[in-house]
Design a protein around this ligand. Sequence first.
Ligand code: NAD
Ligand code: DAU
Length: 354
Amino acid sequence: MSRRLLITGGAGFIGSNFVHHWCQNYPSERVVVLDALTYAGNIANLAGLEKQDNFRFVQGNICDRSLLNQLLETENIDTIAHFAAESHVDRSILGPGAFVETNVVGTYTLLEAFRQHWQTNSLPTNYRFLHVSTDEVYGSLNPNDPPFSETTPYSPNSPYSASKAGSDHLVHAYHHTYGLPTIITNCSNNYGPYQFPEKLIPLICINTLIGKRLPVYGDGKNVRDWLYVGDHCSALDVVIHRGIPGETYNIGGNNEVENINLVQMLCQLMDELAPNLPVRPAANLITFVKDRLGHDRRYAIDATKIQTQLGWTPSVTVAEGLRLTVAWYLTHENWWKPLLSQEYQAYYQKNYVF
Ligand code: NAD
Ligand code: DAU
């Protein structure tokens, strides 16, 4: 069955990787990207696709109901892959309002538009609303706790994760109440090409290349479960094709790493792969800084359900994925340099206490 996709947030990090994945694997299927191009959205992430007849980019906001109605109808959309969000925890601490607006109100607006479209077209069974969410909705784990499963109670701690939890609840409610064919995925930390410089892994790569200090929050022993973005995209592909409406699937790499160890691995890769580092060894730049407010200690995902029920497994190890990622930032200075804008510098000054 050929699908017609609306991909929200498709000019961001994971969204753009997913757009490339879909266009490569299903070149005859319609792909419409809707993205507001906030500071995190970048049309350069979609370079090359504008030449394809089946691809269309629309700059617009998921809170704009009339635009949504028009796109769903004129493009005859049957599948929404919803990535659009404010996504950075530190920015949610500095200014939560945009997170409530996009993540909660935006998701609600998209659900309402899709519900109307689905009902107007007599409730087709092939329609899907894939809501791309995060493991952060489950809160923080202690060292010996079992990883998050789909039945772990929600306990979000940051304005970001609370706004994502709110959106997850709305998506669930639209399935339960109206029967809208929604599916939720909750994924662990992604990394790879096109990730905005504010996030830990690109920040370490870029700061090393320009000889800036490498800020590590608190004692550096917070744990994240890292997944290469290409593996996240293949999981979402499987969920769209084989996932059951009304279900939630956790996605993770089974790769728990303490932040300080991750930063040291990145520094070693930089020492090995970058010819002209301003400071060598790169680890000399590591600086412990004031902790993030309310910093969650540990995340870990139990991905048994998607593995056993849908047959998905990740294919890239952390060692391979970090090497690929460091190599990408090394060879894509033209991509990341323009992102170190005045706005980014102002955010950086506000966020970090060295
Ligand atoms: P990102 O910040 O890189 O991209 C978000 C995109 O959404 C940007 O292109 C931005 O312009 C767009 N956008 C923001 N507000 C919008 C609005 N109101 N209307 C239309 N477009 C808007 O985010 P990301 O890291 O690619 O994350 C994508 C999704 O995946 C998010 O929903 C996030 O919660 C979820 N997620 C991220 C991770 C991760 O590790 N990055 C892990 C699990 C889940
Ligand atoms: O778990 C999934 C989530 O992963 C996604 O839902 C979010 O959208 C995404 O931003 C990410 O959230 P984190 O807060 O875990 O990612 P971040 O890259 O900001 O930080 C990773 C870890 O590194 C975290 O423990 C905080 C720490 N950190 C981060 C930065 C930016 C530092 O020590 N120093 C830093 O400068």
